[in-house]
Design a protein around this ligand. Structure first.
Ligand code: FES
Ligand code: FES
Length: 160
């Protein structure tokens, strides 16, 4: 074993992923380059944009601010987990589509994961809750209103 490397074992979308990595490897790099799940994007690399948002044990985090070794033994959920295995979109993804909540789509994985965590915490969201809850995610295309509408629509679906 290369002594400069360390073994990391964690779960991503329900599958165990284990690899020998350099301790400095970021979680987002582990997800994209080791697990080869490229739905999680790197936008700013400075914890500003939220494109890299994933869930660790159910909490939304910016994976460019975490080392992979900090997620040792934890359960990671990425955007690839949201749709069914046959490709059927989740209710939240359908709400994003129906409300035109994406244009280029670069920010969308981060918004979807942040919104999923937000809805899990509070299924009965109002506009203030959504705007506050998604304040850590940046979109350069939509002007945010369609994203807020999409999350509110998903919240309504949960209540019905
Ligand atoms: Fe992580 Fe922008 S890439 S916050
Ligand atoms: Fe382009 Fe959000 S849809 S950055």
């Amino acid at each position: 074993m290369d002594v400069s490397k360390t073994t990391v074992k964690l779960s991503i979308n329900g599958k165990t992923v284990q690899a020998e990595i350099e301790p400095r490897m970021l979680l987002v790099e582990f997800i994209r380059h080791v697990a080869e799940l490229t739905g999680t994007h790197i936008g700013c690399d400075t914890s500003y944009c939220g494109a890299c948002t994933v869930m660790i044990d159910g909490r939304a985090v910016k994976s460019c601010t975490h080392l992979a070794i900090q997620a040792q033994g934890k359960s990671i959920q990425t955007v690839e987990s949201l749709a069914d295995p046959d490709g059927t979109l989740s209710a939240l993804q359908k709400c994003f589509s129906e409300n035109h909540a994406l244009q280029c789509g670069f920010c969308t994985p981060g918004f979807l994961i942040a919104s999923t965590a937000l809805l899990a915490e509070n299924p009965d969201l109002d506009e203030f809750d959504v705007r506050k809850g998604l304040a850590g995610n940046t979109c350069r295309c939509t002007g945010y209103t369609p994203i807020v509408d999409a999350v509110l629509a998903a919240s309504e679906l949960r209540k019905s």
